[in-house]
Design a protein around this ligand. Sequence first.
Ligand SMILES: Cc1cc2nc3c(=O)[nH]c(=O)nc-3n(C[C@H](O)[C@H](O)[C@H](O)COP(=O)(O)OP(=O)(O)OC[C@H]3O[C@@H](n4cnc5c(N)ncnc54)[C@H](O)[C@@H]3O)c2cc1C
Length: 195
Amino acid sequence: MTKALVIGAGIAGPVTAAALRKAGIEAAVFEAADRTADGVGAFLTLAVNGLAALETLDLKPMLDGGFDTPRMVVFSGTGRRLADLSSGPRLPDGTVSQTIRRCDLYVSLRDEVVRRGVPVHYGRRLVDAEVTSGGTVVARFADGSEAEGDLRSPPMRACAVAGSRRSWRRAGGGATRRPSALPAGSCATTSSCRS
Ligand SMILES: Cc1cc2nc3c(=O)[nH]c(=O)nc-3n(C[C@H](O)[C@H](O)[C@H](O)COP(=O)(O)OP(=O)(O)OC[C@H]3O[C@@H](n4cnc5c(N)ncnc54)[C@H](O)[C@@H]3O)c2cc1C
C-alpha cells in the first residue's frame, strides 16, 4: 500500500491522515512536540466547508460539544463593540459554523485516527525531506530519525514538510522548493499516489 507521511498532529494532520486512509493510502503522523497537547488552547470556529469535509470523512461526531455560531460579535477589552458579522453561509441542511474547544476537537480527532490505525509519533520535528532517485520521499527529523514514504512522480505535488526552514531537495539534482511554503498537515505523497 502507498504510504504517506503527514507532518503535524494538530487539527489538519489527523484529518489529512483520515482522508488518506479513506483513499486507501497508509498514513503515519509525525508531531514536533514531544507530548500531546491535551487541555491546551481555547476555542476555535469551523466554517461549513470544514464541517462538510469532516462529514465526508465520518469525523463530524468529533464535534460533540461544539455549538452553532451563525454570527460573531467582537468587543474590545474596554467593552466597545467592534464588529458584528455573519460566520458565513449555511449548508443546504441548515448547518452553520460550529465553535468548539480546540482541545476537545484535537483529542477526539487524534483518538479517532489512532483507532482507525494511524500511528502518531511525538518528538519528531521535520527538518528536511528528500526525494530519492527511487521515487520515495525520506523525511528527516530533528532527533536524527528518518521515515520513508512513497512519492510517485511526475508530477510532484505536496510533500512531507511543515515549518522547516531548510530546503526541499530532490536527490540527483532537481528543482528545490522551500518546505516552509507548505502548511503543517501537508502529506508526503502526490496526486498520482493512488495505490
Ligand atoms: C497546542 C495548540 C493550541 C491551539 N489553540 C488554539 C485555540 O485555542 N484557538 C484557535 O483559534 N487556534 C488554536 N490553535 C491553532 C489552530 O489549531 C490552527 O490554526 C488550526 O486549527 C489549523 O490547524 P493546523 O493543523 O493547520 O495547525 P495546528 O493546529 O497549529 O497544528 C500544527 C501542528 O504541526 C506541528 N508542527 C509544526 N511544525 C512541525 C514540524 N516541522 N515537524 C513536525 N510537526 C510540526 C505543530 O507542533 C502542531 O502540533 C492552536 C494550535 C496549537 C498547536
